[in-house]
Design a protein around this ligand. Structure first.
Ligand code: SAH
Length: 219
């Protein structure tokens, strides 16, 4: 039997293809996550001149040295993070705001920190226009986290620090989970950290990824 995709516009169809061919086919099974990836209009998070590439299988430069991550990497990190509707989530490296929008569909509250003022401003505008009301963007240094809103049930870092920032670990709730690319070269280790109910730290590696380096604070 042939199943036809019902889509009323070409970008919806592009998104269906993106999810089927890049994400489900690589083993992502979380239905809420797949639904979020089908729903969030990724093309509206990238600059006009690269919009036609929005649903392709790679990261895209968005200016100021930032990139919107490859769709599969967004899905993989979100699956590892395992956010739920009860969670308060911190993201470091807002960039385009796309990862934050995906998290907004899956969590209670999302707090996201971006060091480049222009990116913080444009991501906040995009998220506001698209009515993602549970996401708050702040311009600041991600190495400091967001102490006023801590603790967080989930923390995701989408720029690569050479080592895990202490402040982020401190702001992770007991029973919480943190996902981050860690390393000082262009290829980093994707690590998952769990803080047990007793406060012990468990760390595991989930393979290699490539993110832009996290800028030292104050620069
Ligand atoms: N999550 C983003 C992609 C992030 S690219 C998205 O979905 O589009 C990495 C981002 O981290 C860039 O925007 C970069 O400016 C930002 N960044 C780099 N160093 C940072 C720091 N110290 N604190 C906060 N953000 C930082």
């Amino acid at each position: 039997m042939t199943t036809y995709l019902v889509a009323d516009d070409p970008v919806t169809l592009q998104r269906e293809h993106m999810v089927a061919e890049q994400i489900e086919s690589r083993g992502i099974r979380n239905q809420d996550l797949l639904r979020a990836m089908r729903a969030v209009p990724r093309h509206l998070f990238v600059p006009m001149d690269v919009r036609s590439m929005a649903y392709e299988d790679w990261p895209i430069p968005i200016g100021y040295g930032a990139t919107i991550s490859q769709p599969y990497v967004v899905a993989l990190m979100t699956e590892l993070l395992a956010p739920s509707k009860k969670h308060r989530v911190l993201e470091i490296g807002t960039g385009s705001g796309y990862q934050a929008a995906i998290l907004g569909q899956l969590a209670a509250e999302v707090y996201t920190v971006e060091i480049v003022p222009e990116l913080a401003r444009s991501a906040a505008q995009t998220l506001h226009k698209l009515r993602y009301t549970n996401i708050t963007v702040r311009q600041g240094d991600g190495y400091q986290g967001w102490p006023e809103q801590a603790p967080f049930d989930r923390i995701i870092v989408t720029a690569a620090p050479p080592e895990l920032p202490e402040a982020l670990l401190a702001q992770l709730a007991k029973g919480g989970r943190l996902v981050a690319p860690i390393g000082s070269t262009s290829i980093q280790e994707l690590i998952v950290i769990e803080k047990t109910a007793g406060g012990a730290i468990r760390r595991r590696s989930e393979g290699l990824v490539s993110f832009v380096a996290m800028k030292p604070g104050g620069k």
